[in-house]
Design a binder for this molecule. Structure first.
Ligand SMILES: [Fe+2]
Ligand SMILES: [Fe+2]
Length: 136
């Protein structure tokens, strides 16, 4: 299993966002670990539900900060957030129908981990940089 790790290259520079990213990665790793350890469906379902809830909370927090600061990249962020939400919903449906298949494990290890890191690096960091240009 490829555990993803938070590192300082992922620092956005906004405390609430950085804290949430660390938590988010933790929850993501919890799901991957539960799948890899072949935990029962109830346990895996629980970690997935935690991840989904946290993802929603995180996207809402970010988009709110972007709205408040008049960030011009909000639409692009929102579109990517939406896309990930839909992907997660789809994976949850697959899990409910088919259980923790190899496909689900791969989706977590390869696609989702990369998505998350790429999104933070490419889009969230841009927002952090934008906020720094604004007078406090
Ligand atoms: Fe983020
Ligand atoms: Fe984001």
């Amino acid at each position: 299993m490829n555990k993803i790790a938070w590192n300082k290259d992922l620092t956005v520079g906004v405390e609430v966002i950085d804290d949430q990213h660390r938590q988010w990665i933790q929850r993501f790793n919890d799901v991957a670990a539960a799948i890899a350890a072949h935990q029962g469906p109830v346990q895996i379902g629980k970690t997935l539900a935690f991840l989904m809830d946290y993802t929603k909370l995180h996207f809402t927090t970010e988009e709110q900060l972007m709205t408040e600061s008049g960030y011009p990249g909000l639409a692009e962020q929102h579109a990517q957030h939406q896309e990930l939400n839909e992907t997660l919903q789809g994976l949850l449906r697959d899990f409910e129908e088919e259980g923790a298949t190899q496909k689900l494990a791969e989706a977590f290890n390869v696609f989702l981990g990369n998505w998350l890191i790429k999104h933070i690096r490419e889009l969230d960091l841009k927002f952090g940089a934008f906020l720094k240009t604004k007078p406090a």
